[in-house]
Design a protein around this ligand. Structure first.
Ligand SMILES: [Fe+2]
Length: 409
């Protein structure tokens, strides 16, 4: 009798564990920036190969427990990723015609398995104040040593409306385990705050056909606006939010293929020339001024810096060199001795280098994991650099008067 009881217990346990393996709960839920963040949101998520159809439900948040009764349902766009012998479904939806400055609740999945309800807020386009977080390279030892950076960032910059990454989010872009680690380390941060990622060299890799290109996972999980340079949608794009134009540029493909360099240069000029926003911010991986010994991005500097000067880009956010440095006052524009843009290189993960001191730097640091809170309010930009424990390590303020920027720190 005891034997049969034990056998029954074992069968039940095995049954439970098999259920766990075929758990179809959606995961990797991420919000990405959109072309109109006051009235739309871009959501992406993943399910197992057995769930080819998925949906999103959303509703204006009303603090009621029966929120699903009044929810709208939209069937997602679904793409099968068949890569390295593993098949997964990646779903996405661009929800439009939302009301600005309004909290919505959403969940993804289907009637068999839904995610939890998650709140997010559309941008208030009537207000000029914008707050966002900027991370340099995450890259390695992510779960172990970057998790606390992510957790502290949302505490230190509590009302952030966007999260920017300057590339090298993982070390091997086609390694699923590393992306899993990053999703785990970032917790539920990106379920409520849209991501604006730039791609680094490590976010690229060889496809199964041997072509060096952006990671197979990138464009499945980040659904940013498709307004980039030809062939580089997903890693070159721009977004206008309140009074800021953000321009994201793929420096790795700029460095790798002549056609991607040329198409991005043509695209970049168009995006900068059509800008009507008060502030212009560029986000990319390889720095215009390198901060690491034996590195120099000569071609990038010779081609992109003249456009930064010509169109008076205000802030250039970069990564790649695993140090911190910023500079403005000693970086003259091409045809004048004045300076305008502020250049920042940063690192958020634990992979570190020694900073190569250079004349252009106003401030530098080595061996410090950092995150940054940036607040723009009308003519003022306040940039704050925080250490992992939330201590302020550096800050500066840019005041815009007409066409001139003055910096204080
Ligand atoms: Fe890099």
């Amino acid at each position: 009798m005891l034997f049969f009881s034990l056998l029954l217990f074992r069968v039940l346990c095995v049954g439970q564990s098999e259920d766990a393996i075929v758990d179809n709960t959606p995961d990797q839920i991420v919000l990405s920036v959109t072309e109109d963040m006051a009235t739309s949101v871009s959501v992406s998520w993943r399910t197992s190969v057995s769930v080819p159809i998925s949906k999103i439900q959303f509703v204006k948040e009303n603090s009621l427990f029966n929120i699903e009764d009044s929810a709208y349902t939209v069937v997602s766009k679904s793409e099968l990723l068949d890569f390295k012998g593993m098949k997964t479904w990646h779903h996405s939806a661009l929800i439009k015609e939302l009301q600005p400055h309004t909290t919505y609740a959403y969940r993804v999945g289907n009637d068999h398995k839904w995610s939890e309800w998650i709140n997010f807020k559309t941008i208030n386009d009537k207000e000029e104040k914008l707050k966002f977080i900027y991370f340099g390279d995450v890259q390695s030892n992510i779960k172990n040593l970057w998790t606390r950076v992510a957790k502290q960032a949302v505490k230190s910059v509590p009302d952030a409306e966007i999260i920017l990454y300057a590339g090298d989010i993982v070390n091997r872009g086609n390694n699923l385990n590393e992306w899993e680690e990053w999703f785990e380390a970032s917790g539920n941060m990106h379920q409520a705050i849209p991501i604006m990622p730039a791609a680094g060299n490590h976010d690229h890799g060889d496809s199964e056909f041997g072509k060096y290109e952006i990671s197979a996972y990138w464009n499945k999980q980040f659904k940013v606006p498709s307004n980039g340079a030809d062939g580089l949608e997903g890693t070159s794009y721009y977004v206008d939010v309140k009074n800021v134009r953000f321009v994201v540029f793929n420096t790795e493909m700029f460095n790798t293929y002549e056609k991607d360099r040329d198409s991005q240069m043509e695209w970049l000029r168009k995006v900068l020339i059509t800008n009507n926003q008060k502030w212009l911010i560029m986000l990319f991986h390889h720095p215009i001024y390198s901060t690491k010994k034996n590195r120099d991005n000569v071609e990038l500097r010779s081609l992109v810096k003249p456009l930064i000067d010509e169109f008076k880009v205000d802030l250039v956010l970069q990564g790649h060199d695993h140090t911190y440095a910023r500079g403005k006052e000693k970086i003259a524009m091409l045809d004048t001795r004045e300076s305008h843009a502020t250049y920042v290189v940063s690192v958020s993960g634990p992979k570190m280098s020694v900073v190569k001191e250079a004349d252009w730097m106003d401030r530098s640091a080595s061996f410090t994991q950092l995150f940054h809170g940036i607040e723009i309010d009308n003519n003022k930009l306040i940039f704050s650099s925080y250490k992992v424990n939330g201590d302020l390590m550096d800050s500066f303020t840019i005041l815009k008067k007409g066409n001139r920027n003055t910096i204080s720190y």
